[in-house]
Design a protein around this ligand. Structure first.
Ligand code: CP
Length: 308
């Protein structure tokens, strides 16, 4: 394997295609390890990784921890709710104190956009962004891309539409950057109140009608309505959102074509996606989760063993 040009994974904006290809291509090696009876290799033996999660997470936190342990790293988990953050310690002081304990890699989720970059510029560890506010969630987009590629063979020329709460979504932003770099045709669909104004300038098609979006698409990535970030204020009711934009089996069957349905999770069943779709033949939601461990192993390996 060759090496990445980037020292940290802060987002997919400006990550060169060669780096994305290296990460995506490395993932098969790590998927193979996950299928072995003993799912462990010594790749990061002697390295210490701290998982610094200031926001809730199920998939990303467990997936990163499993990836770290599968690579034989020493793993420390930090939870903001039981830390000295509660006594008023700043983010930078927290990070510098943890780093003084000789940590090599920091995986971080935080509600503030730009917080991971902020620390990466002031600390000496390698930083991996596990989601910063509504900014970026790069490993989610990478696992989405690898899952699509498993089904289609290539991302080049593929029509991919991201559906839902685009404005609040770090997943949308990272997917848009990564997919455009890899040569996909990218669209978004949702209520106008949930679509940022500058997307068309980036070469992203914008649909406000779900049937037009589905006609365009080979792949859809259905986003969660983020009620905890006040998304509910952008449309009249969850029932109306479901009627206008919800992904239903009836809508997909009526297209009469193959369709690949992704969702980053957690799912609001019956809001942005019907259970019959989430659990049905169009869905690759659980393969996304499996691929998440492998892609995080690939990123940890490539960043953790990269020469200074
Ligand atoms: N997809 C995702 O980031 O899920 P979690 O919030 O559970 O980590």
């Amino acid at each position: 394997m060759s090496s990445l040009s980037i020292p940290h994974l802060l987002g997919l904006h400006d990550v060169p295609k060669q780096d994305l290809e290296l990460i995506l291509d490395s993932t098969d090696t790590f998927l193979e390890i996950l299928d072995r009876p003993i799912k462990k290799v010594p790749t990061l033996q002697g390295k210490t990784v701290v998982n610094l999660f200031f926001e809730n997470s199920t998939r990303t936190r467990i997936s990163f921890e499993l990836a770290e342990r599968r690579l034989s790293a020493d793993v420390v988990n930090f939870s903001a709710s039981t830390s000295s953050v509660k006594k008023g310690e700043t983010l930078l002081d927290t990070a510098r104190n943890i780093e003084a304990m000789k940590v090599d890699i920091v995986v971080m989720r935080h509600a503030a956009a730009g917080s991971v970059k902020f620390l990466s510029e002031r600390c000496t560890s390698r930083f991996l962004n596990a989601g910063d506010g509504a900014h970026e969630h790069p490993t989610q987009a990478l696992l989405d891309m690898v899952t699509i590629r498993q089904k289609t063979g290539s991302l080049e020329g593929l029509n991919v539409c991201i559906i839902g709460d685009i404005a609040h979504s770090r997943v949308a932003r990272s997917n848009i950057y990564g997919l455009l770099t890899m040569g996909a045709n990218v669209a978004v669909c949702g209520p106008a109140s949930m679509i940022p104004y500058d997307l068309e300038r980036m070469g992203v098609r914008v649909f406000t009608n779900i049937d037009d979006a589905l006609d365009f698409s080979d792949v859809i990535n259905v986003l969660r309505i983020q009620l905890e970030r006040d998304a509910g204020a952008d449309f009249p009711s969850l029932r109306e959102y479901h009627n206008a934009f919800g992904i239903t089996r009836r809508r997909l069957d009526a297209l009469g074509k193959d369709m690949i349905v992704l969702h980053p999770g957690p799912i609001n069943r019956g809001v942005e996606i019907e259970s019959e779709v989430a659990d049905g033949p169009y869905s690759v939601i659980l393969p996304q989760v499996t691929n998440g461990v492998a892609i995080r192993m690939a990123v940890l390996y490539l960043i953790g063993t990269r020469a200074e």
